[in-house]
Design a binder for this molecule. Structure first.
Ligand SMILES: *Cc1c(COP(=O)(O)O)cnc(C)c1O
Length: 400
């Protein structure tokens, strides 16, 4: 009989450690210790003692609770190994720095999380690394933008906040043929909805603060990939210092266990709300990958299992409607971040993408009237009623 591979929902609960059953706690203990005792004999090896001891040396190098979270994440994304970080940005910046040297070029999609865009456009050039951007909707433009010095292709799909979809299999294959690494930010999809490593990516990065942890109570990051890439990246984490606190790693582990059921409900609620909004006379446009009207609907259906919990909408009107809408919502709390159990709303132009210039925002399709919803796990009827009420309060009657 062929060996069955467990589904991601199961792997979120049982990483395949390969070891025989042992007595012990079902939940992973929190090793809330900065440092670990070692013996004289540990120093008599031909390797540094930090390598001999691995995740039981000093918590900036590793920690057993963090290692447990890392093995769950590796399984979930279908990678050989993983690392957890103190934040998504620590994972992203450390991963990019591990891949490039002065003189290299990074090619990235134009529609990116504000922090990642900021790092690429304003920080990398300080270290002699060139960066250029291409709109993700046009895969052919990427090949044309490759330079002899291109070392890394950096993607995010679906993108935050306009939910554009990157042609992952096509773009990773294009990069691989030229010996270029591809990193994909899989935060918005989560490994339940999309597994970029299976589509050819070399490394997946996450803001684990979002769906992976899922309860808006921890800031964390992760990177998953081949053992070789992860081993190289471990040095970056140790030197740059973006290590996760073990208690936060434990909260992340606890969150991951319910990822499968949470994503099912996020997917359902967001799709239903996207359809409702799309038919609403006070809404100009809805961005959601699993709406038939999405320009990359077929691509999204081919590479994603669900559309995710994130959607954005443009309100009708002359301006100011977004602020009134957000203020009138009762269930959706106005707060940055996404991917938690409770619904949140933001105006990206003044939160996640505030550090971009007006022109940069325009190029990324982020108008001042764009509202981003992170659809939570509440009952859909209550969410719909809240949105309907706020639309009435914010947008004047449309006579058409
Ligand atoms: C939030 C977010 C990040 C940054 O993660 P932090 O955990 O806040 O550092 C990166 N990418 C995406 C897509 C995000 O939504």
């Amino acid at each position: 009989m062929p060996k069955r591979h467990p589904r991601p929902e199961t792997l979120a609960l049982h990483p395949r450690t390969g070891s025989a059953p042992q007595r012990g706690p079902v939940a992973t203990p929190i090793y809330q210790s900065a440092t670990f005792r070692f013996l004289n004999s540990d120093m008599d090896q031909d390797r540094p003692v930090s390598e001999v001891l691995g995740d039981r040396f000093y918590t900036r190098y590793g920690n057993p609770t963090n290692s447990a979270a890392e093995s769950f994440l590796a399984e979930l994304e279908g990678g050989e190994a993983a690392l957890v970080f103190s934040s998504g940005m620590a994972a992203i910046t450390s991963a990019i720095l591990s891949a490039v040297r002065a003189g290299d070029h990074v090619l990235a999609q134009r529609e990116l999380y504000g922090g990642a865009f900021d790092f690429l456009i304003r920080w990398l050039p300080r270290f002699g690394v060139a960066v250029s951007f291409v709109p993700v909707a046009d895969p052919a433009e990427f090949a044309a933008a490759i330079r002899p010095t291109t070392r890394l292709l950096y993607l995010e799909s679906p993108s935050n906040p306009t939910l554009q979809v990157a042609a992952l299999a096509e773009l990773t294959a294009m990069a691989r043929r030229r010996g270029i690494l591809t990193f994909v930010d899989n935060t918005a999809a989560s490994p339940i909805n999309q597994r970029p490593l299976e589509l050819g990516a070399d490394l997946v990065v996450h803001s684990a603060s979002k769906y992976l942890a899922g309860h808006s109570d921890v800031v964390a990051g992760a990177a998953i990939g081949s053992r070789a890439l992860i081993d190289a990246l471990r040095d970056e984490r140790t030197v740059l210092g973006g290590c996760l606190d073990p208690h936060a790693a434990w909260l992340l582990l606890r969150g991951i266990k319910t990822l499968g059921v949470r994503m099912d409900r996020h997917n359902q609620n967001a799709l239903e709300l996207a359809r409702f909004l799309e038919g609403h006379p006070r809404v100009r446009r809805v961005h959601y990958p699993f709406l038939e009207s999405h320009p990359q609907y077929a691509l999204a259906r081919a590479q994603m299992r669900g559309g995710g919990g994130l959607l954005s909408l443009e309100l009708r009107g002359k301006g100011g409607e977004a602020r009134r809408f957000v203020e009138s919502l009762k269930l959706f709390a106005q707060a940055p971040s996404l991917g938690g159990v409770e619904s949140l709303v933001t105006i990206p132009a003044s939160t996640s993408h505030a550090q971009l210039s007006q022109v940069e925002r325009q190029e990324a399709g982020i108008s001042d009237n764009l509202v981003r919803l992170s659809v939570g796990l509440e009952h859909i009827d209550d969410l719909t009623a809240d949105i309907e009420h706020a639309l009435r309060a914010a947008v004047e009657e449309v006579v058409s």
